[in-house]
Design a binder for this molecule. Structure first.
Ligand code: HEC
Ligand code: HEC
Ligand code: HEC
Ligand code: HEC
Ligand code: HEC
Ligand code: HEC
Length: 430
């Protein structure tokens, strides 16, 4: 008998027993909360290939969508403009992929570690694809999965995994696993020590005859699950986890709403660039004919449409709208997509004619767009970033001869836009 010969104070022992039980209950609540938190964290991280399809129709649709929207920048087994997509469904889970493919730039700007690392590596934004539906993106990734497993073409089946940045999220979630496992073990150890103490105390006290009724009641108490679930500690922790979860979902949803980028307003006539500039290969300058001569790129009037549509699709209700505009001699009320604030000065001729930039640099691949959408941010940081990176196209431009000569005297770096004053406030602000 451990306590033999000691002057034992029963009341104190009973209190100790009571306390050790109540501490155990709190530890149990904590363990439960840990379990909840970790299951949420894993439900989001794991489940990689879940949701993908092996149905031949879905895969065929995915291939078509891939060829129409992604092929110019991606292949499955090799790096093109963007990374090789082989096994991307293992690197990222499906909800992440859907969100990233719809809003890559927003994902990067939200600080997502994986996306930021990719962007640092490729130094280019992938355009938004928010016109794709979730199930269409799922079909594209399903096709990627099928191609990863059974590439149609031989010889290209070495996925270039090392091209991709280390999966930072899984690194950080590895850390999270460590912390959670460590904490849980510690709590379990404390819990079992308390249980041992409790049982020794109970055994000892049970033999004592000098106990009161109330003391005996405490002694014979068993663990009551109902009471545990309604206890203050448990309810407190459970509601905290719930609120945190709701907040997380809400902020994630907020990140993907709002902002001008990606805006693609409805137009009075469903004019398709994909059809006209893509399929029929009509030159951008045929319609936006001032883009090399002036500040603004003109939007074509109904007469330009009439050059073709007095003969093509004449009975379509959409053409009736064009004919009406011509008759009334009024422009069609197109809704503006891009719109810089008045305080900023931007000139198309300077960028298209002088700098020799392609429209895609700033507008993305318009030829693939059913509805025009704003692909770039159009913020001051966006303009400046390009001016820091882009070399001046000085060849064949006598205006720059002196400047380039001066520049190469003082610097071995190529002459960038910033070197010719492209970061001066007054160049962009009146
Ligand atoms: C104009 C070029 C371009 C187009 C078009 C494009 N992407 Fe990308 N994509 C990129 C670049 C560049 C990156 C690297 C990330 C970054 O810098 O934004 C990327 C990254 C990705 C990633 C992440 C890859 C990884 O290894 O984690 C996925 C997935 C992806 N793209 C899918 C698509 C899909 C699907 C489409 C078509 C619906 C598409 N992309 C169209 C350029 C493009
Ligand atoms: C057949 C005529 C036609 C051709 C060819 C054409 N566009 Fe357009 N474009 C339009 C019309 C009409 C609008 C206004 C309606 C709309 O926004 O869809 C427009 C709108 C735009 C806008 C958005 C303007 C805004 O409101 O901010 C951009 C950017 C643009 N076009 C770029 C291009 C590029 C780049 C090409 C070549 C790849 C091209 N367009 C070829 C007729 C044309
Ligand atoms: C260096 C970036 C850049 C390039 C290259 C560029 N644009 Fe733009 N574009 C812009 C910006 C910025 C706006 C918004 C201008 C504003 O709101 O004043 C814009 C607006 C437009 C508009 C709406 C009308 C207007 O001028 O405001 C059309 C149409 C257009 N661009 C067509 C084109 C076409 C066609 C090309 C290629 C021949 C092209 N752009 C090349 C940046 C660019
Ligand atoms: C260079 C010739 C050409 C010009 C210019 C042109 N289109 Fe078209 N457009 C076509 C062709 C070709 C088709 C495809 C017809 C078909 O599907 O049979 C088409 C189809 C369309 C359609 C879809 C058919 C329908 O009935 O809805 C619309 C809408 C349309 N054009 C609007 C316009 C508008 C608006 C303009 C002026 C901004 C314009 N087009 C300028 C050649 C042109
Ligand atoms: C894709 C790259 C790119 C983007 C984006 C871009 N620019 Fe430029 N910009 C250039 C280049 C290249 C030149 C040099 C043209 C030349 O040779 O004069 C230039 C020149 C200029 C100049 C003349 C600078 C000078 O010193 O003569 C102004 C003003 C200007 N840009 C304004 C803007 C504004 C405003 C924006 C954003 C709305 C913008 N640019 C976005 C590439 C870009
Ligand atoms: C290459 C072009 C460019 C240069 C150089 C430039 N800006 Fe801007 N600035 C812009 C554009 C474009 C916007 C509009 C951005 C928007 O709407 O988000 C802007 C917006 C602003 C605004 C409005 C506040 C805001 O963020 O919307 C202020 C203030 C400003 N610029 C100050 C300056 C000062 C000061 C300098 C010189 C140190 C400077 N800018 C140089 C292009 C430029």
């Amino acid at each position: 008998m451990i306590f033999k010969g000691l002057n034992v104070n029963f009341a104190k022992l009973i209190t100790k027993l009571y306390m050790s039980r109540s501490i155990s209950t709190h530890i149990l609540s904590l363990l439960f909360a840990l379990l909840l938190v970790s299951s949420i964290a894993f439900a989001q991280d794991a489940a990689p290939a879940g949701g993908l399809s092996e149905n031949a129709d879905v895969i065929a649709k995915g291939e078509e969508l891939f060829n129409g929207n992604c092929k110019q920048c991606h292949a499955v087994n090799e790096k093109v403009v963007g990374p090789a997509l082989a096994k991307v469904y293992e690197r990222r889970n499906l909800p992440w992929l859907i969100n990233f493919i719809k809003y890559p730039q927003k994902t990067i700007e939200s600080g997502d570690a994986y996306a930021v690392a990719l962007y640092k590596q490729y130094n280019q934004y992938m355009p938004n694809h928010d016109f794709l539906k979730d199930d269409e993106i799922v079909s594209i990734i399903s096709w990627v999965q099928a191609e990863t497993k059974n590439p149609k073409k031989k010889g290209g089946d070495v996925p270039v995994d090392e091209e991709n940045p280390k999966d930072q999220k899984s690194e950080s979630s590895g850390l999270l696993v460590g912390v959670i496992v460590g904490l849980a073990t510690l709590l379990l150890v404390v819990l079992s020590v308390l249980a041992m103490l409790g049982s020794v105390l109970t055994k000892y006290l049970a033999k004592e005859k000098a106990l009161t009724e109330a003391d005996r009641a405490i002694l014979s108490q068993r663990f009551d699950f109902g009471k545990f679930v309604t206890s203050r500690g448990f309810v407190g922790i459970a509601s905290f986890v719930f609120v945190a979860l709701v907040l997380k979902i809400a902020t994630e949803a907020l990140i993907t709403i709002g902002g001008q980028q990606g805006s693609a307003p409805d137009q009075p006539i469903p004019f398709s660039h994909k059809l006209h500039a893509g399929q029929y290969e009509i030159d951008c300058k045929y319609c936006h004919n001032t883009v090399e001569k002036s500040k603004h790129a003109s939007i074509p009037g109904p007469y330009v449409c009439m050059n073709c549509h007095n003969a093509i699709k004449t009975t379509s209700p959409n053409m009736a709208l064009i004919y009406e505009a011509v008759e009334k001699d009024e422009p069609i009320q197109w809704v503006r997509v891009h719109n810089l604030p008045d305080l900023a000065y931007f000139n198309h001729a300077q960028h298209v004619k002088v700098a020799g930039l392609d429209c895609t640099n700033c507008h993305g691949n318009i030829k693939e767009m059913e509805v025009v959408q704003q692909v770039s941010l159009l913020t001051m940081g966006w303009c400046i970033d390009c001016h820091r990176k882009t070399e001046v196209n000085a060849k064949g431009n006598a205006y720059y001869d002196n400047l380039s000569e001066m520049h190469s005297k003082y610097s071995k770096q190529p002459m960038k836009v910033e070197n010719i004053g492209g970061l001066e406030c007054s160049k962009c602000h009146y």
